[in-house]
Ligand binder design. Sequence first.
Ligand SMILES: Cc1cc2nc3c(=O)[nH]c(=O)nc-3n(C[C@H](O)[C@H](O)[C@H](O)COP(=O)(O)OP(=O)(O)OC[C@H]3O[C@@H](n4cnc5c(N)ncnc54)[C@H](O)[C@@H]3O)c2cc1C
Length: 407
Amino acid sequence: MFDFTDEQKMARKMVRSWAEKELAPHVAKMERGEILPYDIMRKMLKTFGMDEMVKASFAKMKDDQAAPGSGTADRNLGADPAMSAIVAIELSRVCPGFTLAFGASLGLAGGAIVAKGTLAQKHKYALPILTGEKIGAWSMTEPGAGSDAFGSMRTTARRDGTDYILNGQKTFITNAPFADTYVVYAKIQEHTGDDIRHRPIHAFIVENGAPGLSRSKPMDKMGMHSSPTGEVFLADVRVPREQLLGEQEKDPSREQARDVFHGERTGMVPMCLGIVERCLTDSINYAKQREAWGKPIAEYQLIQDKIARMYVHRENIRNLLFKQFEKVHKKAPIGQAEASATKLYCGRAATECALEAIQIMGGNGYMREYHVEMLMRDAKLLQIGGGTDEIQIVTIARHLLKDGLVE
Ligand SMILES: Cc1cc2nc3c(=O)[nH]c(=O)nc-3n(C[C@H](O)[C@H](O)[C@H](O)COP(=O)(O)OP(=O)(O)OC[C@H]3O[C@@H](n4cnc5c(N)ncnc54)[C@H](O)[C@@H]3O)c2cc1C
């Protein structure tokens, strides 16, 4: 597969038209924090019948799919990955921050519960997130544990009978200030004196309103303003075993979290494509109408060079995306080095293209009124969240040096 099918192209047109009519008019207010993205998300899920589709998949969910730790294959409940990508591409053309809030709730928090929860947990906690009724937040990063998320994690879960007592702090968590359901990673305190670096890590589902759970106001950040980011504080939060994701301690939770990281890496590709395609289209249109020295700037080769380079990035990202679809279709694994290389390339390309779009538009490009200014600030996050560029490079090198080049 190297292009969308006719059916997918139709769906893409519909999502684009929805995003232009229903999302774009609200972006300025969302970016200023005057309105939240969640009602618009719910409207989108309803408009496209996504909420009903999820309910129907849950109703058909079989016991084998419901087994705890049944892997990532059912994360999307059999949804076509091209359709999910189309939604992310089209939303990102208009507002990557909105896409991030949507993806963090449904893809990261909802996806983690679908992939690793028990049948009861999927119905109780994942279903309301996937239908938009509730908002999810996936909470891994801590003030002292970002790239070294597992080793440096200090949030603890102490057993108390069949309950767990959670203590710690999470930061930079998308949707944290307003979420209903938190997937929180914590280290199990085995006994005093054990090495905290190597303690087992488990995910817990914590609902807003639980005694001891509090969250910060939205943090003031460079971009992605339409996705509220915040801190989560856990002070003796008691959770029953039914809220331990998968309800089994022996399940290797570092692997659970790694799966989500992996999904985050591959899941950012459509966002990058949406940003790059929008930057390219806006740049072409601008270059053709803006004149300098009596002719359109599109006629200057230095401008053409930028447009051509942006197109090369667009083609490469698109090809990487279609390769992912093919692998999902064939149930072939996407290796760690491959996922990291893809994220590294696409994140850098998105930032580069957005910067070049600003350059093509000169002073206008630097103005908020011109969309590429927001796209550039938003694109930068794609080189940090879900593992920084440096971590992708380290991962690629580690896997290549260990396994060689897998042909
Ligand atoms: C807007 C936003 C939304 C986010 N949403 C979420 C969320 O929903 N859930 C969540 O859990 N997290 C979230 N994050 C956190 C994000 O995943 C982390 O910021 C990211 O993993 C980097 O961690 P850090 O910020 O602590 O950077 P650090 O780990 O402190 O890194 C600082 C610098 O050191 C470099 N570095 C670190 N280790 C190495 C090494 N071994 N070799 C070379 N260089 C190295 C890094 O690449 C980076 O350049 C979000 C972050 C942002 C900004």
